[in-house]
Design a protein around this ligand. Sequence first.
Ligand code: FPP
Length: 252
Amino acid sequence: MNLKEQINREGLPRHIAIIMDGNGRWAKKKGVERLFGHRNGVESVRQVVEAAGELGIEYLTLYAFSTENWRRPRSEIDGLMTLLTSTIANETRKLNKNNVRLLVIGNVTDLPNSVQKNLTQAMKTTSENTGLQLVLGLSYSGRWEITESVKQMCKDVRSGKLDPDGVDSCLLESYLTTSFMPDPELLIRTSGERRISNFMLWQLAYTELYFTPVLWPDYRKEHFYEAIIDYQRRERRFGKVDEKPRAFTVNN
Ligand code: FPP
C-alpha cells in the first residue's frame, strides 16, 4: 500500500504548520549560492500545497520569513523577496484553480511595497476560495505576535473598550493574528533541527511535533504523508482517553 493510502481520512489534522528549514545547507552541499536553495524550495512548497489540498486539510501554515530573518545579508533578503513576489505572481492562477485561499500572518508592513502589492492582489483574487487555506508566515514571530496582541489589549483597556477582569486565554487568542483558524495539531520542521524558533509560540501549546532530517528543497509529498501517518499513530495512542489534551487549552 502506498503512503497516501495509509492515511486515515477520518483522522486528519485540521491545521498543519511547517517550519521550512535547510535551504542554505542544501545549497552548501551542492556548492551553490544559498538563493539557489531557496529557489528549489519553491517546488517543495508546491508539493505540500498540492498534497494538503488533495487530502482535504483545512489550513496549512508555512513559515516563509521570520522576524529574525531580517538579520540575514541584504543580498539574501532581496533575493528572497524577489522570489516571493515572483512565486506569488506565478502561482496565483493555479491556487485559484485549485480553490486555495492565500492568507498572511506577520508584520506585513515590514515587507517591500512590491511584495505587499503582490500579496494584497493574490489574497483578493483567492478570497472566495473555500478549499485549503494557505497561510504564509512573513516577517512573523511568536513573540512579536504576542507582544502586539498585549499592546492592542492595553490600548483597548485605556479606551474603555476592554475590562482587565475580562481578560482570559480565549480573549487573548482573539487578538492574535491567527484568531481565524484553529491551533495546528501537527508541526513539521525539516532539516534535522529540533526547535520551535519563535514560531507560533502560543498556538503550539498542545501541537504534536514532527522533526525530519530532510532538507526543505528535497521535501516531497511522500515526506508530508509520512508525517501525517506518524501523527495518526500518536493519536491512536491517546485513543483510550476520552478527551484529547487540546481540550484543556481554554483558560490553561
Ligand atoms: C529556511 O532555510 C528557509 C527560508 C528562510 C525561506 C523559505 C522560503 C522559500 C522556500 C521560498 C518561497 C516560499 C514561498 C512560500 C513562496 P535556511 O535558509 O534557514 O536554511 P539553513 O538553515 O540551511 O541555512
